[in-house]
Design a protein around this ligand. Structure first.
Ligand code: GLV
Ligand code: MN
Ligand code: MN
Length: 426
């Protein structure tokens, strides 16, 4: 069988969108094989697996004639010049890092699709009124260091100096990991792009929710992206003998934390927000010891930042009061805060026209409950996103799935959005 054009870098003359989509999905499978865990997918920021997938993406970009480089925040880039060298760029991209035991499409489909769209447009790049760049961001998930979007925040010029001392579970700091990755922490600011260098940023991503499937549509235009706030929390009690300590004397941190977890869900549902405790650990962790300390994570989101912030305060107030009533201390410290963003009206028009051209007369408009690199990039460029339907809304789990037909529609819309924007700027 002859290799798929996406594997050779050849110009796509066959115009077989489903076959193009299969090539993109094959690349997602190749990337899925690069994992730190044997049975599943895990690729965290600044890991050897991260270095490997950057190299793979760079090779695919180079095959289609892109100039490639890795920036000082670990993001992988490729660039095709437009009708003259040095024009501001339209950037297409997403991320290649994953959560633990991830699916194979979150972020990855956006990067492989961006490369495919660049492949399709490469022969015509010299007619475009902008340069075309592809980026594979390095840390959208925050799996390793508990703060997300480090790669895209660096590109937006919003690097936080206190991130350098943040440690992973093994005690390796961001600084140490960056140096081991071959980056120079003193040069992280070189990753920042200037506003004048960018025309906009377009990201294709699986929906990670059930709305497209419920509406029986393959694609949607994203109107806004909810900003998450993340915290590490602690409930502090007293570790004592599980048999010998009578109930009135117990200050059981896990019982307190359990009520806090239930309250997190109850308050989020009552207020129409979304809040999740995804990680919880009791210490000292003995079967015959009353837990003296619980550490947990908290992720809070809502369509509007004011509602999200009010939900955080409601959770804090309830938890402090409940824990105090049991002689426990409750602490919450913020580790990540991304403001929600609205997608750019002009780019949303281009994406809407592009989805319409795929045969959907009235594209669905939805706000993203998940966070994306587009949120960070919105600080320096207009952004917009295309969502592709995923099976049963499953994401951040091995069951993530998409169909070749939906990906084919996504590729057509992605390419058409770039051409619509080019036409508007010509
Ligand atoms: C990223 O996937 C997030 O929304 O947590
Ligand atoms: Mn993602
Ligand atoms: Mn994700």
């Amino acid at each position: 069988m002859s290799p798929h054009p996406a594997q050779t870098g050849a110009v796509n003359c066959a115009a077989d969108p489903v076959s193009d989509a299969r090539g993109v999905l094959d690349r997602c499978d190749e990337l899925a094989a690069v994992s730190a865990i044997e049975h599943g997918i895990e690729r965290v920021h600044l890991s050897p697996e991260h270095a490997r997938v950057n190299e793979m993406a760079a090779a695919w970009m180079a095959e289609i004639g892109m100039r490639t480089w890795r920036d000082q925040a670990g993001n992988q880039w490729g660039r095709l010049e437009g009708r003259e060298p040095g024009l501001p760029a339209l950037v297409l991209g997403s991320h290649l890092d994953t959560v633990t035991d991830a699916g194979r499409y979150d972020g990855v489909l956006g990067v492989t699709s961006a490369i495919e769209v660049a492949r399709r447009l490469a022969p015509r790049a010299c007619e475009l009124p902008f340069a075309l760049e592809v980026v594979a961001f390095s840390d959208e998930e925050g799996t390793r260091f508990s703060t997300a979007l480090m790669g895209s925040f660096a590109v937006a010029g919003n690097w936080h100096e206190d991130w350098w001392d943040r440690a992973d579970r093994d005690g390796t700091t961001v600084r140490e990991a960056a140096e081991a990755f071959g980056l120079d922490p003193a040069r992280v600011h070189e990753a920042a792009r200037r506003r004048e260098e960018l025309v906009g940023y377009l990201e294709l991503h699986i929906e990670q929710g059930p709305h497209l499937e419920a509406a029986d549509r393959p694609l949607a235009v994203v109107t806004s992206i909810a900003g998450a706030r993340r915290f590490t929390g602690r409930v502090v009690g007293e570790a004592r003998h599980a048999g010998g300590t009578p109930y009135p004397k117990r200050r059981d941190a896990l019982v307190g934390a359990s009520e806090v977890v239930l309250a997190v869900e109850r308050l989020a549902v009552e207020r129409g927000g979304i809040a999740t405790v995804g990680r919880l650990q009791a210490f000292p962790g003995g079967v015959n010891v009353v837990p003296g300390l619980v550490e947990f994570s908290l992720d809070v989101r809502a369509e509007h930042d004011e509602d999200r912030d009010a939900l955080v305060e409601a959770i804090r107030a309830y938890a402090e009061q409940f824990c105090a009533g049991r002689g426990l201390e409750f602490e919450l410290s913020e580790v990540h805060n991304a403001a929600g963003v609205y997608c750019d009206a002009g780019l949303v028009e281009s994406v809407t026209a592009a989805i319409t051209a795929t045969g959907d007369a009235e594209p669905l408009r939805i706000w993203s409950r998940a966070g994306h690199d587009a949120m960070a990039i919105a600080a320096i460029a207009p952004v917009a996103m295309i969502f592709v339907r995923c099976e049963d809304g499953i994401s951040h789990a091995p069951g993530e799935n998409v169909t070749p037909a939906d990906v084919a529609a996504g590729l057509d819309a992605f390419e058409a959005a770039v051409l619509d924007l080019a036409a508007r700027r010509s």
